[in-house]
Design a protein around this ligand. Structure first.
Ligand code: GBH
Length: 505
């Protein structure tokens, strides 16, 4: 009996449906990798670079980092940038996403003083990529705020929006003749909630009740100012595009009850809707249900007004539509419940405001990071939801990756990436206008609060070695093969441990 069923299923999958094995990525689909300035560059005070909030925090309170380490040297890409580009060529990348260090370019945070050495470093990096037809994709801000701006309140100061626009203009001016893909911010949630509403990122402001929301409003307005600066003054002559990258993990309901579906929607609004909704939804402003919930709770808690600021009508229409694309950082999924796994914290915060429970099944394989599991259909669920919500806009996956405690034969990373890329193909098949995929990360780097204890690289970096030697893991060979063939071959087993550069790369 059993064999009959197996047989008939086999017939169905062989003849009625196209075989998944044969699916190909479109020729113009962009494969890349991603990194961020503070995590790889080092050279923390080289050639007049100014101090940023991560320099300040790791130097003054090293105990907040798991291994008391810092990014003073990191992977030393400040010195090793040619080797980085060589690795991109070995992998056969189409594109490379990296970020600019604001205080390397503007040492005191403001644009009255521009560092020639800082500009020269990025020119060298960009020109080296272009020599080999690797498309640079720049993130203007990946978490390393100039310390002086932080002392003025950073993202909670409404003048931040001007400081950021000024900085963005310098970047467009200096690099925009060659760089055509601009991302304003990496992961607003991590900037606002982790940096201002809690203690899990610099500057650890921990103003749990209001700071996340103040930051969120200033951040999306700053994004829009930088976007319109590009559109009005650079786009015609430079011909590029500008968007933002938001961390959109998938939050689905734990059960199919109405309560759990509503809880999952509130969670999505709290996690990424705060930033996506003002920019991408027709309606504009913060997400409706969640902002009503925060207003109601604020009132009950005795605050004179909602802890979440409002957008004026003028601000709403200014921010709304300020994008050429949506950058998605996607890592994993969570199952959300209205009644189970609730947090017991009652102090006002983003989490108690949402007031829902979150669960991850133990059978989803776990990485070296407590928050990162391989979840089924994760990218597909997130992207098809975004398409349904915001329409047929252009997407890039700007990060996706997997951590291990060390490098070498990283079969779990390979398994994770193959699953992720199958989900990318499922999304494309479902009509999502997805143009590219950047794997996090090209190489091991400073993993924020986790220091060097979690490794995300396709290449291992020897942080004991002054030369910061980079060695390809198994996953590097597998990704290379996928990029080259545009097919995911689940049986491919690399037969070499030495990387070469293919012809034409
Ligand atoms: C990205 O963040 C970052 O853009 C990148 O810089 C980083 O290196 C990469 O992912 C890998 O982490 O420990 O439970 O407090 C991904 C989103 C949000 C994931 C914060 C880790 C900490 C959860 N990150 N989260 S917890």
């Amino acid at each position: 009996m059993k064999s009959v069923i197996v047989f008939s299923l086999a017939v169905v999958s062989c003849c009625a449906l196209p075989s998944k094995q044969d699916r190909k990525f479109p020729d113009d689909f962009i494969f890349g990798t991603a990194t961020a300035s503070y995590q790889i560059e080092g050279g923390w005070n080289a050639d007049g670079k100014g101090e940023n909030i991560w320099d300040y925090m790791t130097h003054n309170t090293p105990e907040v980092i798991k291994d008391q380490s810092n990014g003073d040297i990191a992977a030393d890409s400040y010195t090793n940038y040619k080797r980085d580009v060589e690795m991109m060529r070995e992998l056969g990348l189409d594109a490379y996403r990296f970020s600019l260090s604001w205080s390397r370019i503007l040492p005191n945070g403001f644009s009255n003083q521009i560092s020639e050495a800082g500009i020269a470093f990025y020119n060298n990096y960009i020109n080296e990529m272009l020599k080999y037809n690797i498309t640079p994709m720049i993130t203007l801000y990946h978490w390393d705020l100039p310390q002086r701006l932080s002392e003025l309140g950073g993202f909670t100061n409404p003048l931040f929006t001007d400081w950021f626009e000024d900085y963005a203009r310098v970047a467009y001016e200096e690099f925009g003749d060659r760089v055509k893909h601009w991302i304003t911010f990496n992961e607003p949630r991590e900037i606002c909630y982790e940096g201002y509403g809690s203690t899990t990122k610099a500057p650890r402001a921990n103003v749990t009740d209001i700071a996340t929301y103040i930051c969120a409003k200033n951040l999306v307005i700053a994004h829009a100012k930088a976007y319109y600066a590009y559109v009005n003054d650079f786009k015609d002559s430079q011909g590029g595009e500008c968007g933002i990258t938001i961390s959109v993990n998938w939050f689905g309901p734990l059960t199919d009850s109405e309560e759990d579906e509503a809880a999952a929607e509130i969670k999505r609004q709290a996690e990424w809707g705060l930033y996506a909704e003002p920019i991408y939804s027709q309606q504009g402003g913060f997400p409706k249900e969640f902002s009503e919930l925060v207003a109601k709770k604020s009132d009950e808690q005795g605050y004179p007004r909602s802890r979440m600021p409002e957008f004026t009508e003028e601000e709403k229409s200014y921010v709304n539509g300020a994008y050429d694309f949506f950058g998605v950082n996607h890592y994993t999924s969570y199952l959300i419940s209205a009644t189970e796994y609730l947090d017991d914290s009652t102090a006002p915060s983003l989490y108690s405001d949402a007031g829902v429970g979150s669960y991850t099944p133990p059978e989803w394989p776990l990485s070296a990071s407590s928050w990162l599991r391989l979840a089924p259909n994760s990218i597909y669920n997130a992207l098809t939801h975004l398409k349904e919500k915001y329409g047929d806009i252009k997407f890039y996956i700007t990060e996706n990756g997997w951590s291990e405690t060390s490098g070498g034969d990283d079969y779990n990373r390979i398994k994770y990436q193959r699953a992720a890329l199958e989900s990318v193909l499922d999304s494309i098949d479902a009509g999502v206008n997805l143009r590219g995929y950047m794997f996090w990360s090209l190489m091991d780097n400073f993993e924020w609060m986790e220091g060097y204890t979690e490794r995300f690289g396709l290449y291992s970096v020897d942080f004991e070695d002054p030369a910061r030697t980079r060695t390809p893991n198994k996953s590097a060979f597998v990704y290379k093969q996928i990029i080259k063939t545009r097919v995911i071959d689940h049986d491919y087993e690399p037969d070499s441990t030495t990387m070469t550069i293919d012809q034409g790369r």
